[in-house]
Design a protein around this ligand. Structure first.
Ligand code: AMP
Ligand code: MG
Length: 271
């Protein structure tokens, strides 16, 4: 999946990515869906070991423009995974209490513990995205945050967390299509928020802010991936492949059973 990895310290340009790309699914959509099913089975097994071993922590960060597919990704990829041990943390407009602390306070309290997978639906990156685009804090404040975020994530990694960050990249046209669908489909109308139309006018400013996020905060220990996300099936396939392959690298194993476990069979037999 090197294709979509944002390589640290290399010239990076978001413009070089194509939101409609499907080039790593050579055999098309239906083959991709079969592969996704297979990847889900693998993820279910890997999560079981992660939970049982109670050693590693996995943090998945999802960022996207409105209608970019964060909810759908979570639903699709984690289908069938044991909800015990997987948590989703969604970050909305900060409350007064949250705003009275530093911006990482609410984030730090939600990171995974040993044996857990946590998915961030939005994250601390909002503090250099929406906050920057709308100048919710002065530039001299948000400018320092890239380094602070890198330091924060380094701490998490040094303490045993595996971090994967995904930017679900849709095109502006695709966003329009999705908003129209939300307006027209009675089952999707609940998702429609007039504020999304307002935000859409800041598309270019957001792309500039994402460009900086990806360039400044993709590190070897906490890499960013730009996921072509115009096609849901392709987005799910690529993200699943990355998660499964990263979890395999952890070489996890079930803990050793208690000593002489067989003796308990005899005891049970006699009972
Ligand atoms: P949604 O994810 O669609 O429910 O919307 C959540 C909203 O909260 C989005 O418009 C985000 O931009 C906004 N949001 C999340 N984090 C922050 C933050 N730190 N500061 C300001 N707005 C935020
Ligand atoms: Mg929204």
């Amino acid at each position: 999946m090197k294709e979509y990895l944002v390589k640290p310290k290399k010239d990076f340009s978001l413009k070089k990515f194509d939101a409609g790309d499907t080039s790593l699914a050579k055999d098309g959509e239906s083959a991709a869906k079969k592969e996704l099913k297979d990847l889900r089975k693998k993820l279910i097994k890997l999560q079981q070991v992660l939970y049982a071993e109670n050693k590693h922590k996995l943090l998945i960060v999802l960022q996207a423009m409105d209608s970019g597919g964060k909810d759908g990704t979570i639903r699709s990829i984690f289908k069938g995974v044991n909800p015990q041990g997987v948590k989703v943390a969604s970050f909305k407009v900060p409350t007064e209490l949250e705003l009275s602390h530093d911006y990482l306070w609410r984030i730090h309290s939600k990171v995974p513990a040993k044996g857990e997978i946590v998915i961030f639906n939005r994250s601390h990156y909002e503090d250099v995205l929406v906050v920057r685009v709308h100048e919710l804090v002065p530039q001299e404040i948000w400018m320092k945050r890239y380094q602070q975020i890198n330091a924060f994530e380094r701490l998490l990694v040094q303490e045993g967390t595996t971090i994967l960050k995904f930017f679900l990249y849709i095109s502006k046209d695709e966003q329009k299509r999705r908003f129209m669908e939300r307006i027209e489909d009675p089952e999707k109308q609940w998702k429609f928020n007039p504020n999304d139309i307002e935000e859409r006018q800041y598309w270019d400013a957001y792309m500039g802010a994402y460009q900086d996020v990806l360039e400044k905060t993709s590190t070897p220990q906490a890499p960013w991936y730009v996921i072509p996300a115009n096609h849901n099936w392709y987005r799910d396939l690529v993200i699943s492949r990355i998660i499964v392959s990263r979890l395999k690298e952890l070489k996890m194993a079930y803990p050793q059973p208690v000593e002489n476990i067989e003796q308990y069979l005899e005891i049970l037999n006699k009972s």
